[in-house]
Design a binder for this molecule. Structure first.
Ligand code: DX5
Ligand code: ZN
Length: 216
């Protein structure tokens, strides 16, 4: 499968976000992962559609917007206007089916995500609803730099198996949280093909080398 690397700008220098995304593109990233947090669905507040709009002119890469927010339906239009390419919404926060219709109506790609404690079965219906991506959290959402939760591997395997059996064997399965150049191999072997990494990329000596190593 085609492995795609999605650096999370949560770990980048917010005072120079434009340069950071430009550099990620030059270093071989495939997507820019934007962690939107509202202080309600998760305790921290990061940024919203206005920030996504600000970085849009600095890269041609798809902006992969992970909405860790309550009532995501109130923000979809803003993300469309900001130039988001993929919008991923939490099964714990909304009715996936309704949100997918809304996201599609703005011509964006749609993703569904579940937290570590939420059964993987909760995103099965998203496959039938035409999801462009499925995301499994491998840490509790809210913070970068946490340890990968190993039980996620079983969920990835189960989801890839479901996709294969439902005629979409190549559907993008993204894994998010605690990924390192060491444990990425297990995530890929389990069936993930879109790899989010924040600290592993930004705290490394070389962004380009780390992106290449994460690709395996
Ligand atoms: C956590 C975010 C992740 C986070 C990953 O809520 O969704 O995208 O930035 O950061 P690392 O790779 O440092 O665990
Ligand atoms: Zn994320």
């Amino acid at each position: 499968m085609n492995i795609k690397i999605a650096p999370s700008i949560l770990a980048s220098d917010f005072s120079r976000l434009g340069e950071e995304v430009k550099n990620l593109e030059a270093c071989g990233a495939d997507l820019i992962h934007c962690d939107v947090m509202d202080g309600n669905f998760v305790p921290p507040i990061t940024f919203g559609a206005q920030m996504v709009k600000a970085i849009r002119p600095h890269t041609r890469l798809p902006l992969d917007c992970h909405l860790m927010v309550l009532h995501p339906e109130t923000h979809i239009e803003d993300f469309a206007e900001a130039g988001a390419d993929i919008v991923t919404v939490h099964a714990e926060a909304c009715d996936i089916s309704a949100l997918f219709k809304q996201i599609s109506s703005f011509g964006m790609k749609k993703g569904a995500v579940v937290n570590p404690e939420t059964p993987v079965e909760r995103v099965f219906s998203a496959v039938e609803e035409g999801a462009d991506m499925l995301l499994l959290m491998s840490v509790h959402p809210g913070w970068g730099g946490q340890k990968f939760i190993p039980e996620t591997l079983k969920k990835i395997e189960c989801l890839r198996d479901f996709c294969v059996k439902h005629g979409v064997p190549e559907l993008d399965i993204e894994v998010d949280g605690g990924i390192t150049v060491e444990n990425v191999k297990e995530a890929i072997a389990a069936g993930a093909n879109v790899i989010v990494a924040g600290n592993a990329i930004f705290k490394s000596g070389s962004i380009a080398e780390t992106i290449a190593r994460l690709r395996g």
